[in-house]
Ligand binder design. Structure first.
Ligand SMILES: C[S@@+](CC[C@H](N)C(=O)[O-])C[C@H]1O[C@@H](n2cnc3c(N)ncnc32)[C@H](O)[C@@H]1O
Length: 253
């Protein structure tokens, strides 16, 4: 198993994607933002499609992903096993291309973004800006190892926008009851991070060794029990949403 991963690094989700759909439930508010960016597109390619979250219902969607485990969880009929860096489509095949929380997994971001522009007339890319502050308390107080890992994977949004020649960058503050269980989702519900099934569906947690994550989660558990976490974060408990640096970058027609 370890050997197979080393030979095929782009399919890391073949390991961490199991059970993804249970935890990563599309959030309707993020769905509305993405739908708005894709309005009018009749044909859409979803690159790094995973299980198909946020795809428009009124368009013909082609899902692209290098992971067979993820494609198997995708309910669509047009599915192509490929990486963003080499999309097997002719120039201008699609009205629009979407890429949601995937560009940080691409081995060659600029080549992948170039491919989105080549095969589509409009591009909508949802990603996180590593230069944004504030950070999630989880990073600062429990798992500073996340900072280094994410800095090595995520590209500043300004660079993504420039590569796409984007005309719009929309912030998406994360609601307190966000349903899509990626790393930031539980900023106001800290006890959920204690669940290993939830952590498994986030590539950040899944890539850190258990010897790092488990002691940190034990400290969080103790702080929740003693009330120390709630005392430190009383200001967060009254907030509806927080801007943690998630952005939708839109380019093209
Ligand atoms: C966090 S998931 C996001 C899936 C989906 N877009 C969503 O919003 O739920 C990241 C996806 O990117 C895919 N991926 C990894 N490397 C890729 C590459 N080089 N090209 C395209 N997709 C890739 C993974 O297999 C995985 O399905």
């Amino acid at each position: 198993m370890e050997q197979a991963q080393a030979q095929e690094p782009t399919a890391a989700y073949d390991r961490i994607g199991i059970g993804y759909s249970q935890v990563r439930r599309p959030d309707p508010r993020l769905g509305a933002l993405i739908r708005q960016a894709l309005v009018g597109a009749r044909t859409v390619v979803n690159v790094g499609a995973g299980a198909g979250s946020y795809e428009p219902q009124d368009a013909e969607v082609t899902a692209v992903d290098p992971s067979q485990v993820m494609l198997d969880q995708h309910p669509g009929t047009r599915k192509v096993k490929a990486g963003a860096e080499e999309l097997p489509f002719a120039d201008g095949t699609f009205d629009a291309a979407m890429a949601v929380l995937t560009v940080h997994h691409w081995p060659d971001l600029h080549r992948g973004l170039g491919e989105l522009r080549r095969v589509s007339r409009r591009q909508a890319v949802f990603t996180w800006d590593p230069t944004h502050r504030p950070e999630l308390w989880l990073v600062d107080e429990y798992l500073p190892e996340i900072r280094e890992l994410d800095a090595s994977r995520f590209t500043p949004v300004a660079e993504v926008a420039e590569a796409l020649d984007a005309h719009t960058v929309r912030p998406f503050p994360i609601p307190h009851d966000f349903t899509d269980g990626f790393q930031i989702a539980y900023w106001r519900r800290p006890e959920i991070y204690l669940d290993p099934v939830v952590r498994q569906a986030s590539s950040t947690f899944a890539q850190l060794p258990a010897s790092v994550v488990e002691p940190a989660m034990e400290r969080l558990r103790a702080d929740l029990r003693s009330g120390a976490w709630a005392r430190r974060h009383a200001h967060l408990l009254g907030q509806e949403s927080v801007d943690y640096g998630y952005r939708l970058v839109i380019a093209g027609e």
